[in-house]
Design a protein around this ligand. Structure first.
Ligand code: SF4
Ligand code: SF4
Length: 497
């Protein structure tokens, strides 16, 4: 069977590549336990990291928890999202204890309606960024271990109490990061043939699959026990758009009785140009919580990179001198408020005001900001990629001597050989052009998305709608470029020690 097939589109036929049609790989992925096969090794690695965090050396470059979390995990996540898709959520080890817990604790509560949005995750996202800077988590294996254990506990408790995938959809900051980043991925879980869904009566991809054998009465069918759950993220396949909120868990693949769900190729970032209602998400451009999530994601990328260079220390010292403060948290809070709240409010508000004037519309400023917010995602992801990619590509081999050293400390024998501490990764001179390339691609993606949004907003004054946002994206690129030009802390590796 060909792995390239034609699927029906509203106006044309689109040739797509379906990963689930690849002979051996597709069969493995369609196997109901394939997700667990990914999760178990990662859970094992997670347990090793926790053990090393609490009982291993407390020097971060020699500790598996600090090194793998802050250098390898973060770097691999963004690289894999760019090249493939949201595979981390697919293989997420935090979900394994949760699945086990659900064998004994059947959640009874629905997630509170007031929190059925991204606000809990936004608060946690900012909290983690803040604690990371305040406590220098990258240099603290013990607290990194606490963070990992806390994550396991939080995921298990939330999903033991609340139905569905409440933790993934509303709480997990890593998941939100992956959801936004995977808008740039080349793969998405999607239907193969719209006609099949049109004639589908049971909608098992979201309702869950029941034992259909011989039963045709829908009211009776709905009372039968579910033998394969449907999408816990509330994404109904025929109306699903893109990767937002999709954990790549493949439950919809296993549940669909018509084998009509695949993992399809698509144009990266194209989902950001689509307006209208999305299943499980609603209307992106009317959700202020999504605007805030994108804002924190994008400006947080700049802030997180800025915190790695020496000017931030000069800024903190200057603020301490002016205010007389002798503790860091109020100063750091001030920097966070300026970069994540005031700066976006001024910049995005100004861009929206100019757009309103340019296209002569009475749409509220907040409405215009909401409309263009998703155009920030490509440049935001480009900055994260440049930053995390720097640490990963300059230090990816450092895991070898740290693992060798850990084995010696654990069993007293150099089973993996003597530690090769000289191993590191590519030189910064090689990585810098890659960083610029990632950010350049992000800038281009943001411009293209903004241009499409501008055209939809005003076909006759597209340039007037587009120009202010193009300037915003260029400003973000320029500030990130300046940051990447500075000498960076080599966090988690010996190179800068
Ligand atoms: S994806 Fe499958 S279960 Fe869902 S509507 Fe389409 S055919 Fe039905
Ligand atoms: S079940 Fe939902 S979250 Fe899982 S892969 Fe399908 S659409 Fe994505």
């Amino acid at each position: 069977m060909s792995v390239v097939r034609e699927i029906a589109a509203p106006s044309n036929q689109v040739a797509t590549f379906d990963l689930l049609r690849v002979p051996a790989l597709g069969r493995f992925l369609r196997w109901r336990y394939s997700r667990i096969a990914f999760q178990v090794p990662l859970l094992f690695v997670g347990m090793l990291m926790v053990a090393h965090a609490f009982w291993g050396p407390q020097l971060a470059p020699k500790n598996l928890a600090a090194l793998l979390t802050w250098v390898h995990f973060r770097g691999l996540v963004v690289v894999v999202i760019l090249l493939v898709g949201n595979l981390f959520c697919m293989a997420c080890p935090f979900m394994l204890p949760r699945e086990l817990a659900r064998r004994w604790f059947h959640p009874r509560w629905n997630w509170p309606p007031a929190l059925r949005n991204k606000w809990p995750a936004i608060v946690l996202f900012v909290f983690v960024l803040f604690v990371y800077e305040l406590c220098d988590l990258w240099s603290d294996p013990w607290w990194t271990g606490v963070l990992i254990v806390g994550y396991f506990v939080a995921a298990t408790v939330v999903d033991a109490l609340f139905t569905g995938a409440s933790f993934c959809k509303h709480v997990c900051p890593v998941g939100q990061f992956n959801f936004l980043g995977s808008a740039l991925s080349p793969l998405e879980v999607a239907i193969r043939d719209k006609d099949v869904c049109t004639h589908c009566k049971t909608h098992d991809c979201i309702q869950g699959r029941r034992d259909h054998s011989g039963e045709t009465d829908m009211s009776t069918l709905k009372r039968l026990p579910v033998i394969q759950r449907g999408c816990e993220l509330e994404l109904f396949q025929p109306n699903k758009v893109g990767n937002l909120d999709c954990t790549f868990c493949l439950d919809c693949v296993y549940a669909c009785p018509h084998d009509n769900v695949g993992i399809m190729t698509r144009l990266p970032a194209a989902e950001l140009t689509i307006s209208g209602t999305r299943s499980g998400v609603g209307i992106f451009e009317r959700r202020f919580d999504l605007t805030m999530l994108v804002t924190v994601f994008t400006f947080g990328a700049v802030l997180n990179a800025f915190a790695m260079i020496s000017p931030v220390y000069a800024l903190e010292q200057w603020a301490a001198g002016v205010t007389g403060l002798r503790v860091e948290w109020p100063i750091l809070s001030g920097i966070f408020i300026v970069v994540l709240v005031l700066e976006p409010a001024i910049i995005l508000g100004a861009a929206a005001a100019v757009t309103r004037w340019g296209v002569a519309t009475r749409e509220p400023i907040l409405g215009v900001v909401n409309r263009f917010a998703r155009s920030l995602i490509p440049i935001g992801f480009g900055i994260w990629l440049a930053h995390y990619g720097f640490h990963f590509f300059t230090g990816f081999l450092t895991v070898i001597p740290v693992a060798q050293n850990a084995v010696i400390q654990a069993i007293g024998q150099p089973l993996l050989g003597e530690p090769l501490w000289q191993l590191s990764g590519f030189s910064a001179a090689i990585v810098f052009p890659m960083q610029v390339g990632f950010m350049g691609l992000g800038l281009l993606g943001s411009w293209i998305v903004a241009a499409v949004i501008a055209r939809d907003m005003s076909p006759t004054r597209t340039w007037s709608a587009f120009a202010p946002w193009a300037v915003v994206h260029a400003l973000l690129f320029a500030s990130a470029y300046w940051i990447m030009m500075q000498p960076m802390d080599m966090r988690g590796t010996f190179l800068g020690a």
